[in-house]
Design a protein around this ligand. Structure first.
Ligand code: F6P
Length: 336
């Protein structure tokens, strides 16, 4: 068989480890051929591909980003496309012409939607859940999440020194899109005093009271971790808005930090490397068994797969009864 592999959506740690997992298993274990597709679905449209060999798959385990390049191209979006160009049909035709028996796509929520649409057209496709946001429905974890949490936690650790030395409130904004997974996990691991996530509405006055209560208890500094997806009264700069509001409510000098793209760059953690390897190998097994139209997932700690049409279009948000929230509240962490 010949596999075509592509990466789509934002880059994140663990993509290359997954490419390695899929392709090395394909070559070594199943004797398949592997074609790397450049820049996501756009590469399938333009037939921008390369043959992947054992040599090109060397050294990938620790590398950040994606060796194939990525894009947020959405082939089913009609906007901006000339009316006479049927992009999905051209892509399906190109897949045939390239002799690809199955496309393996590594991506986030948008990619799962696109993959489900191609599956519905009869294209042989398998997907893998990649994102630092951990917001893909149907899988307990996505690769990239643990690495992003590790980087964000280290950043929070480093903010504690300025917070305590200057008796300031330090606000840090982390990514996560509409979900609060990164803020919750890094905030709790980094000892955040206030953690604001989109899933739990907050009251800025209550946040101010929490910070002032800490001062009364002899702790004149606080760490506030905010997810980029929280509501901010229409203001775009989340951390800046929250910092200004806190300073207004408390009168305490408050500074903000936006972690940004450093949290999705660089080498994956050992956890993400192994998750990527397990998920990648499973994806190739699905191809070998001709079980198409499925997304690889982690369920009850085991690698399995789910039908793409069940996964696509759904978001996995933090439940309000998440154990870290329950235990955090018992320790005195405020969730707004
Ligand atoms: O989905 C991953 C993510 O990093 C989100 O956390 C963030 O909102 C978004 O991508 C940023 O996207 P872009 O790379 O297009 O700026």
């Amino acid at each position: 068989m010949r596999i075509g592999i592509l990466t789509s959506g934002g880059d994140c740690p663990g993509i290359n480890a997954t490419i390695r997992g899929v392709c090395k298993t394909a070559i070594h274990h199943y004797g398949m051929e592997v074609i790397g597709i450049h820049s996501g679905f756009q590469g399938l449209f333009e037939k921008d591909v390369e043959v992947l060999t054992e040599k090109s798959l060397s050294g990938l385990l620790i590398q950040g980003g994606t060796i194939l390049g990525t894009s947020r191209d959405k082939p089913f979006k009609k906007k901006g496309m000339p009316a006479d160009i049927d992009k999905p049909a051209i892509i399906a035709q190109n897949i045939q012409e390239l002799g690809i028996d199955c496309v393996v796509c590594i991506g986030g929520n948008g990619t799962q939607k696109t993959a489900a649409k191609f599956a519905a057209m009869g294209v042989n496709i398998i997907s893998l859940p990649k994102t630092i946001d951990n917001d893909i429905w149907g899988t307990e974890l996505t690769f990239g999440f643990d690495s992003a949490v590790t980087i964000a936690t280290e950043a929070i650790d480093r903010l504690h020194t300025t917070a305590s030395s200057h008796k300031r409130v330090m606000v840090i904004e982390v990514m996560g899109h509409k979900a609060g997974w990164i803020a919750l996990y890094s905030g709790m691991a980094g000892g955040g005093d206030v953690i604001l996530i989109p899933e739990i509405p907050y009251d800025i006055k209550r946040v101010g009271e929490t910070i002032l209560n800490r001062v009364k208890k002899g702790k004149p500094y606080s760490i506030v971790v905010v997810a980029e997806g929280i509501k901010t009264d229409g203001k775009k700069r989340v951390a800046e808005y929250i910092a200004q509001e806190i300073e207004f409510e408390t009168g305490i000098e408050t500074r903000e930090t936006v972690l940004g793209y450093t949290q999705r760059g660089g080498s994956p953690t050992s956890f993400d490397r192994n998750l990527a390897t397990r998920m990648g190998g499973h994806a190739t097994e699905l191809v070998a068994n001709r079980q198409f139209g499925r997304m690889v997932a982690l369920v009850d700690g085991k690698i399995t797969s789910l039908p793409l049409n069940e996964v696509a279009g759904k978001l996995k948000l933090v439940p309000e009864d998440h154990d870290l929230i329950i235990q955090g509240k018992r320790l005195g962490v405020s969730f707004g």
